[in-house]
Design a protein around this ligand. Structure first.
Ligand SMILES: Cc1cc2nc3c(=O)[nH]c(=O)nc-3n(C[C@H](O)[C@H](O)[C@H](O)COP(=O)(O)OP(=O)(O)OC[C@H]3O[C@@H](n4cnc5c(N)ncnc54)[C@H](O)[C@@H]3O)c2cc1C
Length: 432
């Protein structure tokens, strides 16, 4: 028998467990460990609640969790409750699938003012992430701004602009739905350092902005290069640019506006004890396509500022770390230690991009320890003894299901998780 520990239960963790399960069958036990008692990482706490078809990928992961060789062990933080070295003693291989949960910082004055929140916090708030349930973003002013030119920025702008009615069928948490319903925000400005040809926004996410009940996208037609230049773009980006060109022709007739402010680099956030405006410098592209400041500045009003400029992984003691991710060669960090997903590649790609990572690492593990071979490592039994000695209460698959049932979301697919279970209440719900 072989014992494998997959640390992190997001897409990368589940694809890796699936690949190991397929390779080893009954000759291995695979434990998926997570710091939360509920799994799925950003599928649960990142992907927008009005994108239910994407969240449905969790059904595939459910099958993995239910397979005989796989266990889920929650409420255990690697690097705090147990070290990687200890896991390597207990398991034949350890695969870090811990994602990238920290917002990258802008590095400009005023970034720490109240009213400035990272997208991980804001997205976590509307998705019921236990760490951000109390965020209480300021929604009382007419102006908000989102800094960034990718899909996360679009998610934030869309969620701020939707009507209560448009959240039907989503699983947005009750506290966010109520607060957004009372929101006074009428203009959301999306600030991008470069132009429409440089966006990292995909056509599906952009297309949604054209069909909002109460909000309309607004773009300066002068921000676009001549239309012939679109021909040189990759097909996906060309489609995005064509949607943006369509937005530039729309009349802003609805109550709310989502304003795309291109060639705009934030240089400071100002306000009297809280965010009130962003000072922005106009940019122009140089020959290499980089944004260069022109020296012209102006103010964009915003009492809520969301930064959506990327994420970095949390370092773990004694694991080599550089540029926001674990140092690895095709997933291998050290002997028997691997990384997959965002912890391996950084925060890029879609949910599906994590699948090849998991399969590639499983192949490397299987090449080093052929299925059918065995070792005398203690696996989960040893881990549980260690946790007991340290007073850490691990949770299991049944606990996860009971928390979800209590929250109501999974019990009623597509409905808000009204009864979000906060970390302090997890064990109350579980009757411990
Ligand atoms: C706001 C947002 C929206 C997105 N929307 C889409 C979309 O619409 N479509 C799409 O294809 N992709 C989307 N993505 C990308 C997608 O979510 C990622 O590709 C994917 O989640 C990365 O998977 P992962 O397993 O590497 O990390 P994660 O999903 O972050 O999973 C990491 C897991 O590790 C656990 N963990 C972390 N540290 C520890 C530790 N020390 N000990 C134990 N456990 C730990 C975490 O609790 C978490 O469960 C979105 C991303 C974001 C941020």
């Amino acid at each position: 028998m072989r014992h494998f520990a997959v640390v992190g239960s997001g897409p990368a963790g589940f694809y890796t467990a699936e690949a190991l399960e397929r390779a080893y069958g009954e000759s291995a036990r695979i434990d998926i460990l997570d710091r939360y008692p509920v799994p799925y990482g950003l599928i649960r706490f990142g992907v927008a609640p009005d994108h239910q078809s994407l969240k449905a990928v969790a059904k595939r992961y459910d099958k993995v969790a239910e397979s005989a060789g796989v266990d889920f062990i929650g409420n255990i933080t690697i690097g705090r409750d147990v070290s990687v070295a200890e896991l390597l003693d207990l398991y034949d291989a350890v695969i870090l699938a811990t994602g990238a949960q920290h917002d990258r910082k802008l590095g400009i004055p005023g970034e720490d003012l109240p009213g400035v929140v990272g997208s991980a916090e804001f997205v976590g708030w509307y998705n019921g992430h236990p760490d951000f349930a109390d965020l209480d973003p300021p929604l009382g002013g007419p102006h908000a701004a989102v800094i960034g030119a990718g899909n996360v920025a679009l998610d934030c702008a869309r969620i701020l602009s939707k009507t209560r009615h448009e959240f039907e069928g989503s699983d947005i948490v009750g506290h966010a739905l109520g607060a957004l319903d009372r929101s006074a925000i009428r203009t959301v400005t999306i600030l991008g350092r470069r132009g429409p040809h440089q966006v990292a926004m995909t056509p599906k996410e952009l297309g949604e902005l054209g069909h909002l009940e109460d909000a309309v996208p607004v773009i300066e037609p002068g921000d676009f290069p001549p239309i012939d230049a679109d021909e040189a773009l990759d097909p996906g980006l060309r489609k995005s640019v064509s949607l943006l060109r369509g937005f530039a022709a729309l009349e802003p007739t609805k109550a709310k506006r989502i304003v795309f402010d291109f060639f705009a680099r934030p240089v400071a956030i100002e306000g009297d004890g809280k965010a009130e405006r962003i000072i922005v410098e106009r940019t122009a592209l140089d020959e290499s396509g980089a944004a260069r400041g022109t020296g012209d500045t102006y103010a964009v009003p915003a009492t809520l500022v969301i930064t959506a400029i990327g994420y970095s992984t949390s370092p773990i003691a004694d694991v080599a770390f550089e540029d926001g991710k674990f140092v690895n060669d095709r997933g291998r960090i050290a002997d028997r230690l691997f990384a997959v997903g965002w912890a391996r590649r950084g925060p890029t790609g879609t949910i599906g991009t994590n699948r090849p990572d998991g399969y590639e690492v499983a192949d490397q593990v299987a090449a080093a320890m052929p299925p059918g071979s065995s070792s005398d490592r203690a696996g989960a039994a040893g881990l549980k003894r260690l946790l007991e000695d340290r007073g850490v209460l691990p949770t299991d698959y049944d606990d996860w299901r009971r928390i979800e049932e209590h929250e109501g979301g999974r019990a009623r697919p597509g409905s808000p998780r009204e009864k979000l279970v906060r970390p302090e209440d997890w064990f109350g719900v579980l009757g411990r």
